[in-house]
Write a protein that binds this ligand. Structure first.
Ligand code: ADP
Ligand code: MG
Length: 256
C-alpha cells in the first residue's frame, strides 16, 4: 500500500486531476473540539481536540482508532447528530452552527444517509416501507415514496423481497435494505458505523463490494471500522488517537 502523504502533510486531500475541477468539500471540520463537562463545570473528557479535516466529494474514507479515541464522537458531529463545543463544522458548505436544532435535523435528513452496524430496521414494517421512512419524514407523497423505494431496492438487488419483514431476511439482506434506505433521499454522503460488524466475512465482503460500486458511481462514503482489511478497501484512512488525528493517509486517488 503506497502512502502519498505524511500525517502533517497539508496536501493530504486528493488533488484535482489534471484538467479537472477543484475538489468539492462535502464535510469540513475546522478546529473542531468536543469536550464533555462534569455537572460542576470542570472538564471530564476532551473527546476531540482541534480536528481539521476536509472530506471531498467522491472520497471513500475510513475512520479508525482504538476504543475511546473519539470515532463515535467524530461521526456524531459529521452526521449532525451532535455539535462541536468549539470550532466549525460545514456540511455541503453550510455551517451546522447556523442552523437551529430542527433545521439541522431536516438538513441532516436531506444530506446524509446512515448505515448502522445493527441495521436498525423497523420490524413491523415491510422492506419497502422501511426504505420509504426517510421520505415519509420529508413529506414525499405515497406513490413517489413507493416508486423511489422500489428503485433503490432494485439497486441493492432486493426487488424480490419488498413485501417481506426484516426478520425474514438474512443479515446481509437486512444490511442491503438499510443501504437502500440510506440512499433513498439521494444524500451527498453515506455514513456507516461498522457496517460489516454484525456480518460474517463473506457477507461483509459483499456489502463492501456494494460500497465499492457506490463509490465508483461517485458516492462520498465515510465509514468507521476497527478492521484493517475493511479500511484498506477505502482510499483514505483517518486514524484517531486520544481525540486527535494521528494519521491521515491517502491510499489511492479516486477517479473523478
Ligand atoms: P470511540 O468511538 O473511538 O470508542 P468515543 O467517541 O465514543 O470513542 O469516546 C471518546 C471519549 O469521549 C472517551 O473517553 C469516552 O469515554 C468519552 N465520551 C464519549 N461520550 C461521552 C459522553 N456522553 N459523556 C462523557 N464522556 C463521553
Ligand atoms: Mg464508538
Amino acid at each position: 500500500m503506497t502512502t502519498v502523504s505524511t500525517p502533517t502533510d497539508p496536501t493530504a486531500q486528493p488533488q484535482p486531476s489534471a484538467g479537472g475541477v477543484a475538489p468539492q468539500p462535502v464535510a469540513e471540520l475546522r478546529g473542531v473540539e468536543k469536550t464533555y463537562y462534569k455537572p460542576d463545570g470542570s472538564i471530564m473528557v476532551e473527546a476531540l481536540k482541534a480536528i481539521d479535516v476536509v472530506i471531498n466529494s467522491g472520497e471513500y474514507v475510513a475512520i479508525m482508532g482504538a476504543s475511546g479515541s473519539g470515532k463515535s464522537t467524530l461521526m456524531n458531529i459529521l452526521g449532525c447528530l451532535d455539535r462541536p463545543t468549539a470550532g466549525q463544522y460545514l456540511l455541503d458548505g453550510v455551517p451546522a452552527e447556523s442552523l437551529g436544532d430542527e433545521e439541522l435535523s431536516r438538513f441532516r435528513g436531506r444530506k446524509i444517509g446512515f448505515v448502522f452496524q445493527a441495521f436498525n430496521l423497523i420490524p413491523q414494517l415491510t422492506v419497502a416501507q422501511n426504505v420509504e421512512v426517510p421520505l415519509f419524514y420529508q413529506g414525499v407523497d405515497a406513490d413517489e415514496r413507493r416508486r423511489r423505494s422500489l428503485q433503490k431496492l432494485a439497486m441493492v438487488d432486493l426487488s424480490d423481497r419488498t413485501d417481506h419483514r426484516p426478520r425474514e431476511l438474512s443479515g446481509g439482506q437486512q444490511q442491503r435494505v438499510a443501504i437502500a434506505r440510506a440512499l433513498v433521499t439521494d444524500p451527498v454522503v453515506l455514513m456507516a458505523d461498522e457496517p460489516t460488524g454484525n456480518l460474517d466475512s463473506a457477507t461483509g465482503n459483499a456489502i463492501l463490494d456494494m460500497f465499492g460500486r457506490l463509490h465508483a458511481g461517485g458516492m462520498t462514503i465515510l465509514m468507521v471500522t476497527h478492521d484493517d482489511s475493511v479500511a484498506e478497501r477505502c482510499e483514505r484512512i483517518i486514524r484517531l488517537r486520544d481525540g486527535e488525528v494521528e494519521t491521515d493517509r491517502v491510499l489511492r486517488k479516486h477517479h473523478a
